[in-house]
Design a protein around this ligand. Structure first.
Ligand code: TPP
Ligand code: MG
Length: 318
């Protein structure tokens, strides 16, 4: 197998791991075993998988409310992540963070954030410290199209550009912010072109094609790592599920969904692998391996203890 094909297979495995993880979360939620809410990234897997392979352990990522895939793509342990979502003591944040307050510093992931655009200034701070302490390292901020309607998005773009921070802005444009279509929420003909006003390099990529994401991000990251300032990537994608758990998707048509389902990043990768000569038996082996890993994660989480009551106020910041 060539190096390129091995890379494609790795991407396939990671996208599938995220997909199966999210499907398992969906089931656990339906069974009442996950509390609160949860935002699934099913359909958007190619974005963090394309980018994470370009990062090393000193690079830092900051995520939003739809962040399980961002974390897994950095190499998070699915068992500890699942345990966190179930509120168990073996989770990444001892069961006290949950889906919107996840972090795993050991893989360079500073965390998810439930406040729309709230992760952006955190990412700017991380980039500022990297610029001083570890030149050559970068921060990556993931956010949605909806975040671009927030004032703090503009403030962060402004200061990142002025201070030439090593920060890659990654907009996952999935066409909706909850039920609001991007065209009704965000002015202008293009999201990415806004970056030009802040004197940044920008690119629009097919966010359902892992190789397209990687190629676009690699170009931008070369400049960011070299100290030439921040850059902006718009990855055009689609969430196959509703916004969160109570969403009947009345604001979009089934035809539109079908059109995007045909562009599923995982199915597209399977087609590319087949064209590169990877047989169905090899793909099946990867599928089984991933399914077993996710079942192991669910078992680990379900068998884990709840955090002890006397630790309820430990590790909390307010
Ligand atoms: C400051 C703030 N305003 C509103 C909300 C409620 N809210 C949660 S997610 C969301 C939409 C986010 O849309 P987008 O950034 O496009 O991300 P997506 O959900 O599409 O991935 C909103 C408005 C919030 N969490 N924080
Ligand atoms: Mg969106």
């Amino acid at each position: 197998m060539s190096r390129d094909t091995a890379r494609m297979l790795d991407d396939y495995r990671m996208m599938l791991l995220i997909r199966r993880f999210e499907e398992r979360v969906e089931r656990l939620f339906a069974e009442g075993l996950i509390h609160g809410t949860t935002h699934l990234c099913i359909g958007q897997e190619a974005v963090p998988v394309g980018i994470s392979a370009l990062l090393d352990r000193h690079d830092l990522t900051v995520s939003n409310h739809r962040g399980h895939g961002h974390f897994l793509a950095r190499g998070a342990d699915p068992s500890r992540l699942m345990a966190e979502l179930l509120g168990r003591v073996t989770g990444y944040c001892k069961g006290k963070g949950g889906t919107q307050h996840l972090s795993g510093l050991e893989v360079g992931h500073l965390g998810s954030n439930g406040i729309t655009a709230g992760g952006l200034p955190v990412a700017a701070g991380a980039a500022f410290s990297l610029k001083r302490l570890r030149p050559g390292s970068v921060a990556v901020a993931y956010f949605g199209d909806g975040a671009m309607g927030e004032g703090v998005w503009h403030e962060t773009m402004n200061i990142a550009s002025l201070w030439k921070l090593p920060l890659l802005f990654v907009c996952e444009n999935n066409l909706y912010a909850m039920s609001t279509p991007v065209k009704r929420g965000i002015s202008g003909k293009s999201l990415a072109v806004r970056a030009a006003a802040y004197d940044m390099q920008w690119t629009v990529a097919d966010g359902n094609d892992v190789e397209a994401v990687r190629a676009a991000a690699a170009d931008l990251l070369e400049d960011v790592r070299a100290g030439r300032g921040p850059a902006f990537l718009e990855a055009q994608t689609y969430r196959f599920r509703g916004h969160s758990k109570s969403d009947a998707r009345e604001y979009r048509t089934r035809e539109e969904e079908e059109k995007w389902l045909a562009k599923c990043p995982i199915r597209r990768q399977e087609a590319k692998l087949a064209a590169a000569g990877v047989g169905e038996d090899e793909l099946e082996r990867v599928r089984r391996e991933v399914e077993e890993r996710i079942e192991e994660a669910a078992r680990f989480a379900l068998d884990s203890d709840w955090p002890p009551v006397d630790e309820a106020l430990r590790d909390l910041y307010a």
